[in-house]
Design a protein around this ligand. Structure first.
Ligand SMILES: NC(=O)c1ccc[n+]([C@@H]2O[C@H](COP(=O)([O-])OP(=O)(O)OC[C@H]3O[C@@H](n4cnc5c(N)ncnc54)[C@H](O)[C@@H]3O)[C@@H](O)[C@H]2O)c1
Length: 273
């Protein structure tokens, strides 16, 4: 993307772990679009990932934060404003983790401590971020917060386990907080429902390789990749989308509107005469 649609805008990007992360691509595209921003992830992720490389490429500072901890969120937001010398115009929430999915505990056999963790990390962290940001008044009017989600929030995808419930909650938080933040500060909150994408979080899902192929076959445009997801997020951060809020926006090559295709029926059950 060559257009400087984020020129002069300041942001905060959660969730870049390695080159495959969707947030990594968003950071690169936001930089190309003219934005300045801080990067954040948990302390362990900073040790195991290679966020330093992204920080170098985008000329950004890294501020560690566990997004489930409101004190750490407060310190992250205050430090970001200090580093960037002003309030934020956009925030990317690209955070997801389910200990149940990681440990292959199916939906009817979850560990409830793990389930609480899934919800806290993957959904409540958005509420905590928004509540802290609103309290500190650190997002400019017409600023945008975008969180990444998956269609398992709305349709049943058994292998997605308790992450499905976390994503439903995440989408609901975006809608409900979107009302309050919109009325009081004109801050926009949306979720982007992305195609399955090969990343660390994605590949934790059982049968993920087949998930990818199935979605690619069913989607008229094929799967949306992480780069195009990043383009879409950058557009949502920009003033071109200033009246878009409280939406769940599918970025999935058409998957969410499909039922079946004749080609897939032939593939599963043999070619018709
Ligand atoms: N990969 C897919 O197929 C896919 C599809 C749709 C939506 N998404 C969503 O996109 C987002 C980004 O995931 P990704 O696929 O790029 O994978 P990823 O593994 O690269 O990113 C997930 C990130 O969440 C971070 N994280 C985990 N716990 C955290 C915490 N307590 N505080 C702060 N950060 C924490 C991880 O360190 C990691 O950087 C997630 O919300 C994911 O659910 C992914």
């Amino acid at each position: 993307m060559q257009h400087k649609i984020l020129e002069g805008k300041r942001g905060l990007i959660f969730g870049a772990l390695d080159e495959q992360s969707i947030a990594w691509k968003v950071a690169l595209k936001a930089k190309q679009a003219g934005a300045t921003f801080t990067l954040t992830n948990t302390a362990p992720a900073l040790r195991f990932g290679n966020l330093q490389e992204l920080a170098r490429q985008t000329d950004s500072e890294i501020i560690p934060c566990d997004a489930t901890d409101t004190d750490e969120l407060e310190s992250l937001l205050l430090t970001s404003m200090e580093v960037l010398e002003g309030k934020l115009d956009f925030v990317l929430h690209a955070i997801g983790m389910s200990p149940n999915v990681r440990k292959k505990k199916g939906y009817t056999n979850v560990n409830y401590n793990f389930f609480n963790k899934t919800l806290d990390i993957s959904a409540l962290s958005l509420h905590k971020l928004l509540q802290t940001a609103k309290k500190l008044d650190c997002i400019n009017e017409w600023g945008a917060v975008t969180a990444l989600t998956y269609i398992a929030a709305q349709r049943s995808f058994p292998d997605y386990g308790d992450m499905a419930d976390a994503k439903s909650t995440l989408e609901s938080i975006a809608r409900n907080f979107g009302y309050h933040y919109g009325v009081e500060k004109k801050v926009r909150i949306n979720t982007v429902s992305q195609s399955p994408t090969l990343t660390t979080a994605g590949s934790g899902v059982n049968r993920f390789d087949k998930f990818l192929l199935f979605a690619d076959d069913l989607s008229p445009l094929g799967n949306a990749d992480a780069d195009s997801c990043a383009d879409f997020c950058v557009m949502l951060f920009s003033d071109y989308c200033r009246m878009v809020t409280m939406q769940n926006l599918f970025h999935d090559g058409g998957f969410s509107s499909m039922g079946m295709t004749p080609e897939m029926l032939d593939k599963f059950y043999g070619k018709s005469e």
